[in-house]
Design a protein around this ligand. Sequence first.
Ligand code: ZN
Length: 396
Amino acid sequence: MFNAYSKEKKVVTLLNLTRTEIEQMKDNKYFCPVCDHPVRIKNGKVKLPHFSHYNNSTCSIYSEGETLEHLALKAVFAKWCEKEAIEYELEKYLPALNQRPDLLIGNIALEIQCSPLSAQRLVERTQNYQKHGYIVIWICGKKLFSNHQTLNELAKNLCYYSDRVGFYLWSADLDKEELTIDYHIEEDFKKKLYSTKKSWSFYSYFLLEIFNFPKNSNVYIQRKYKVGQLINAYYSELNRKLYRRDEKIRKLQSELYNNRLHLIQLPNWFYYPGLPLFCCRESDILLKIGIWNLVQFFDQNVFKYSELIQLLKTNLDQSAGLFYELPNIPSEILQIYCLNQMLRQLIVCNHLIRVENGWKIEIGFSKYSISDVRKWLKKIENKCLITATPIKNVIR
Ligand SMILES: [Zn+2]
């Protein structure tokens, strides 16, 4: 941390001081603004000068030492604010929350996350901010999201969503000196990540404008998937895992079995489009079982759009346990995303059909032979799918 209290309870900051100035302050006594325990100045060669607790510290907020990256990025964002004359508070302790954002800019709490954090802690901290009227912007350090190829559980839970740019994630790279947004994020069944990136060099543009990018972006992004190949590969993978008695697949298969279904003889809709719902923790087949049971029950019925939505919403509510926590995305927004995806897929697979006075559900066969599935896979081999953002709701 850069700030501590003096003996007189005055805030002392090391942020803009030279190493020589700091060296002269070293003999004074300083105290942690959170736990009041004594802290000392560390003015070594590697990290930026900072205050540090003694080894036996039990401080609730600064228990572990801060990394070079974390200190340096904090300093970057503080300097960025100063350059633009944005009022900010560094390491402001918020007693009501017992939290201390790296930077507080108005009601925006900036959190630079450079080390692992449990999903549970992340959810608690995020909800605590939200409850007290703060907007929290999480920025990933290098360890959390360096390759931009896969999302680990924490990085996934740090994602946001906006209608204009889809799922997105902030990250900062100290070596490249860039703030980056990965957006229109999608994953295929192998958890391979697809995203569009936009980066800003540090100090090169208005910081708050950058943070408004997801809300204001006018960029239209399209992505084309060879969905036929993707589904074929997905189906092969399911076969392989079933044959190898993969633990998760066995669980999935037994759930399917309870619903008189079989993993490799499912209606096409279950395999479509090989890009699982982003919010699903594991296979989205589990989610689809519930929805399938529901639509099957209403086979040949005609619905009004609103009735259909209500029906699916109830089902999604009951399925929340299958999703990642995603504390930065309001549950209503996530639900709309899921609904749109599910409805679109039901339409493409001809289970949901527009009729004169509403929408009709047509189940067709509820069970397929393996050769039926293979015939379908052959038929769609060269099929492509275009995903886009911003995307308008399909049905309105
Ligand atoms: Zn402390």
